[in-house]
Design a protein around this ligand. Structure first.
Ligand SMILES: Nc1ncnc2c1ncn2[C@@H]1O[C@H](COP(=O)(O)OP(=O)(O)O)[C@@H](O)[C@H]1O
Length: 248
């Protein structure tokens, strides 16, 4: 529990904002089996935007999906259990995910630099777990976007509109990750819709909604503006509290 103080300390640093990045499948992207584009509602820009945020703000990028895939690849007990749920397109149980994210958030680099949580929390119970740990983000970025595709041969990610495949051969083999088949995606969307409203309720005062269906530079400039605003506000608050302590 002592480490929780460390996290609060990281959050309190004026130079480090702690944003969460969420992908949101908009309500008008209904699951329609005949429309490939819509059922695979997913965000190409999430990873790209995380890289850009990380580069500019020096935050530690923590992606719940990446942590889980690393456990699966390492063949750990948690990974074996997680794989079962990931393959079914279900949320991995909190017993695995909450601890995994918590442990990563307690690492010294996170305390030093601040954090960017990606794909977490995805349910009310995960948001509550963060709150109970005293971990409060300063910004919740909700990214609306659809159309991501993964090339299974090169691992490169494309977007059907904004970053299309270079040729027909690549276009033909574009697919999703191992957990991205149609039935699983449908289930994931269903779960996502059930959970998203509840999570948004927890962060309603710090949400910024960004249209992800735009060129990456444009998406980033909106995110950047939101982050800068948070940081400006923090630095003003911290200088006014400094002034107050001088007066006293
Ligand atoms: N916060 C989370 N809670 C539970 N399971 C998660 C969480 N984040 C990711 N997962 C699991 O990992 C899978 C892949 O997640 P992710 O890499 O974030 O991709 P996507 O953003 O396309 O869902 C999810 O389908 C789910 O099974």
């Amino acid at each position: 529990m002592a480490c929780l103080g460390c996290l609060s300390f990281a959050a309190a640093k004026p130079a480090a904002a702690n944003p969460l990045l969420r992908r949101h499948c908009p309500g008008n992207s209904e699951v329609r089996a005949s429309e490939d584009y819509d059922i695979r509602c997913s965000c190409i820009w999430k990873g790209t935007q995380c890289e850009l945020i990380k580069d500019k703000y020096g935050l530690v990028h923590i992606a719940a999906g990446d942590l889980l895939r690393a456990e699966v690849a390492a063949g750990t007990e948690n990974g074996k259990q997680a794989k079962y749920y990931m393959e079914k397109g279900m949320l991995v149980p909190d017993e695995i995910v909450v601890n995994m994210v918590k442990e990563r958030l307690l690492q010294p680099d996170v305390e030093e630099n601040g954090w960017l949580l990606d794909g977490y929390p995805r349910s009310l119970s995960q948001a509550a777990a963060l709150e109970n740990l005293g971990i409060h983000p300063e910004l919740f970025i909700l990214l609306d976007s659809c159309g991501r595709r993964l090339d299974p041969v090169t691992g490169k990610i494309y977007h059907l509109k904004y970053s299309p495949p270079e040729n027909e051969e690549i276009a033909a083999r574009l697919t999703q990750r191992f957990d991205d088949t149609e039935e699983k995606v449908k289930l994931r969307l269903q779960t996502h819709h059930q959970n998203v409203e509840a999570v948004l309720g927890v962060y309603e005062n710090i949400i910024v909604k960004i249209n992800g269906n735009a060129p990456k530079g444009q998406v980033f400039s909106e995110i950047d503006a939101a982050l800068s605003e948070v940081l400006d506000k923090k630095s003003k608050e911290s200088s006014s509290s400094m002034a107050a302590s001088v007066v006293h």
